[in-house]
Design a binder for this molecule. Structure first.
Ligand code: FAD
Length: 451
């Protein structure tokens, strides 16, 4: 306790505002866990930073004192990323949320790390521009960069790595560096920008980002196609992508998820597997390819409200699944496979889920060969956790055997440490070397990413 009091006193000298160096129990709890089944663990103190200088001062102090620091954005990550496994400081960036500049002539914007996706959308929209990376949750752009987030639009635009041009980062010892430039391309030196993207707060704390923007498409059509099976829906998705149709989104929802959404959002979709597709043209090609795979219903619309309602339903899939068993927590798998392996991988997932006796649904950014299985469990019930872990392992091993990856977008956190070791056993020494170079005292989000 005396140690924590000393830490708080030292932090108050750097951030001289009682309300921003918090030990309030509810604040500690908000920074102790995530939506997943991973057991929460409180930080000793939460610091709400308001400037790069404050982040730098806090890190320099923590580095000298050997205190762990976990950067915290919106806390929507799903693999235990933000859980301060060893206590210490949860460094909340949400008050650093300015949109610093929108540059329509360059198609770029610069934001502070705590700005959210929707804040950037509101600033870019009046210029006819948008930032397409869309993980569903209203995450911070710093957190999205730190997890290399992607989502429904990645099939057309790419994920965070394709969108981050430059970063301001505070290193473990408090040094402030800038990577990249405002130019859309560079061949100058090692690509540290892309190294920080996806580093999950283990190599530095991002304080500012320069991001690519895109013109808002003039014509947007959404289509919904129901299929007799998830495999047929996956084959249709692969055919649509393979035909070169420029879809902006191509999402799979299985019958269980559709039923959960109907109950949660009051929609009335027939309870069968669906593809939700967004595109600008070639609707008839998509219809034909869907019907070739046995689509039983095909509807399309252009009305912005109807479109927003459909994507809102899609983004509510996890919450709708959780509502099936109030009080439960979700274990979400997030594997990605080559497109040609998608249908058999999902067939394996469905069979493994049925055999496990757990409840859950399958959704997927299937245009990228990426799918999620959210299964519900009671974290206090050791048997349901054991069965869920066995199911998770089976799905990851199947994905790896098909030439895929243990995570398409959620990242490693600490939930997938063991799977990273299976996927890249020969890279672990290099990962450890990189971690040691950037964070020799191991203060930055310890216990994450590097097994
Ligand atoms: C309903 C739901 C749906 C989701 N769907 C998707 C999806 O489709 N695609 C997808 O990619 N993800 C998805 N996610 C996961 C989540 O939204 C992403 O991981 C998101 O990018 C995390 O951003 P955040 O601001 O919440 O970061 P946090 O959860 O706060 O932090 C995530 C990690 O980044 C680190 N971090 C945060 N800010 C910084 C910073 N400024 N500098 C350095 N490190 C930092 C943290 O230490 C932590 O390790 C979903 C989550 C939910 C709840």
């Amino acid at each position: 306790m005396a140690v924590v009091a000393d830490l708080r006193a030292a932090l108050l000298r750097l951030v001289p505002d009682e309300s921003r160096v918090s030990e309030v129990e509810s604040v500690l709890d908000q920074h102790a866990g995530d939506l997943s089944y991973h057991e929460p663990h409180r930080p000793d103190v939460v610091v709400f930073a308001e400037s790069t200088a404050e982040v730098s001062a806090v890190l320099a102090h923590a580095n000298a004192a050997g205190v762990p620091v976990v950067a915290f954005g919106a806390g929507t990550s799903l693999e235990g990323h933000v859980i301060p496994l060893h206590g210490g400081i949860s460094l909340d960036l949400t008050r650093m949320n300015a949109v610093v500049a929108v540059r329509p002539d360059d198609l770029t914007a610069t934001v502070q790390a705590g700005a959210t996706r929707s804040q950037l959308a509101a600033a870019a929209g009046p210029h006819g521009l948008w930032f397409p990376v869309d993980p569903g949750a209203d995450a911070t752009l710093g957190g999205m960069a730190a997890t290399n987030a992607s989502g429904t639009t990645t099939v057309r635009y790419g994920g965070m790595r394709a969108h981050v041009l430059a970063l301001e980062v505070v290193l473990a010892d408090g040094r402030v560096i800038r990577t990249g430039t405002r130019a859309v391309k560079t061949s100058a030196g090692y690509n540290l920008t892309e190294l920080f993207v996806g580093s999950e707060g283990t190599l530095g704390v991002i304080t500012e980002l320069t991001l690519r923007l895109h013109p808002i498409p003039e014509r947007i059509i959404v289509a919904r196609a129901a299929f007799p099976s998830v495999e047929a829906a996956c084959r249709a998705a692969a055919a649509i992508i393979g035909a070169g149709v420029l879809v902006t989104r191509c999402e799979l929802l299985d019958a269980t998820t559709i039923a959960a959404l109907n109950a949660f959002k009051g929609t009335s979709f027939p309870e069968s597997p669906y593809l939700f597709i967004e595109l600008g043209s070639e609707l008839e090609t998509v219809r034909e390819l869907a019907e070739d795979e046995g689509a039983t219903a095909f509807e399309s619309e252009t009305d912005p409200t109807a479109r927003a309602r459909m994507w809102d339903a899609r983004h509510s899939a996890l919450m709708a699944s959780l509502a099936l068993a109030p009080g439960s927590k979700a274990m979400t798998t997030d594997v990605a496979v080559p497109l040609s392996e998608l249908a058999p991988a999902i067939e394996h997932a469905r069979a493994a889920l049925d055999a496990s006796g757990l409840r859950g649904g399958i959704v997927g950014h299937v245009g990228d060969g990426n799918f999620h299985l959210a299964f519900l469990l009671d974290p206090a019930d050791a048997e349901s956790v054991r069965r869920a872990q066995a199911l998770n392992t089976s799905l990851v091993e199947d994905a790896l055997a098909r030439g895929g990856t243990c995570t398409g977008e959620h990242g490693i956190g600490y939930g997938k440490l063991g799977y990273l070791a299976r996927e890249h056993p020969d890279l672990l020494d290099l990962y450890r070397g990189i971690k040691e170079l950037f964070d020799p005292n191991g203060i930055l989000n310890p216990g994450k990413v590097v097994p």
